[in-house]
Design a binder for this molecule. Structure first.
Ligand SMILES: [Zn+2]
Length: 255
């Protein structure tokens, strides 16, 4: 079972990962609030050569489902660039949020935009790393909040080998999905879970709010998180408040 955490990219993540004794870490390859093209990381060589796995999280404003050209076009470009940076680091994938539409827009067109992302890139030889589509917590027009929407999304992208899935436990809880048996229900749709974002939630079930908590301190029973981790057969990455990450790792290792 590979367990790790999201680490700062502006320090040496391999050194931090070694200090924490983790098997995998997640990082950004650019300022996550910007559209900036990734630059070569000063520790790229070390990241590439390290036996510790790395996964890249894409920047936040990316929304490849959007029906707004001025958001969708730069989003596609950013996914392509950040996937290339992820490949260069030897990453196991690039995590991209499912995205959402606006009031009154046709969900089918959003799923179709996801399909086009993979189709266009396939013509160029693919992204080079799996794109791990992450479920999100809020909104009524999300592409990957509920099992129903994930099913429609997979109808659109499931034929592409580079379409993978990242399950965020906080987002599923806050998004209103029962966590017990969730791994099986998702795998029945996607056939795969490539990564778990192992987070507790500061908010109630179905709150729609995306506020992560440390493993033992949120509203989700820690045993339920352990069960998801055990059944998924995928590496788990903590995106929990950094002051509690060492304790979270300790808890996971001892259970
Ligand atoms: Zn996440």
């Amino acid at each position: 079972m590979r367990i790790g955490a999201h680490l700062r990219q502006d320090e040496n993540p391999v050194a931090t990962a070694n200090e924490l004794g983790i098997d995998i870490f997640q990082m950004f390859v650019t300022d996550p609030q910007s559209w900036k093209k990734p630059e070569i990381h000063p520790h790229a060589e070390e990241i590439r050569n390290s036996p510790i796995d790395v996964v890249v999280h894409s920047s936040y404003q990316i929304n490849v489902a959007s029906l707004n050209n001025r958001l969708r076009m730069p989003s596609r470009k950013a996914v392509e660039q950040q996937a290339a940076a992820a490949k260069d680091l030897g990453a196991i994938g690039l995590v991209v949020h499912g995205g959402h539409l606006r009031d009154g827009e046709d969900a089918a067109a959003g799923f179709e935009n996801w399909r086009k992302l993979f189709e266009r890139q396939a013509d160029k030889g693919g992204f080079g790393v799996p794109i791990l589509i992450e479920n999100t917590a809020g909104g009524s027009h999300a592409m990957a909040r509920t099992l129903e929407s994930i099913e429609r999304l997979w109808d659109a992208v499931g034929d592409f080998d580079e379409a993978g899935f990242c399950l965020d436990t906080c987002h599923a809880w806050a998004g209103g999905e029962d966590l017990v048996g969730l791994v099986e229900r998702i795998k029945a749709i996607t056939g795969r879970i490539d990564l778990i974002h192992l987070n507790n939630s500061r908010d109630e079930f179905d709150s729609g709010r995306d506020r992560h908590a440390n493993i033992e301190s949120g509203h989700i029973d820690a045993d339920v998180l352990l069960e998801l981790m055990k059944t998924a057969g995928a590496p788990g990455v903590l995106e929990t408040p950094s002051e509690g990450v060492a304790a979270d790792l300790e808890y996971l290792r001892s259970h």
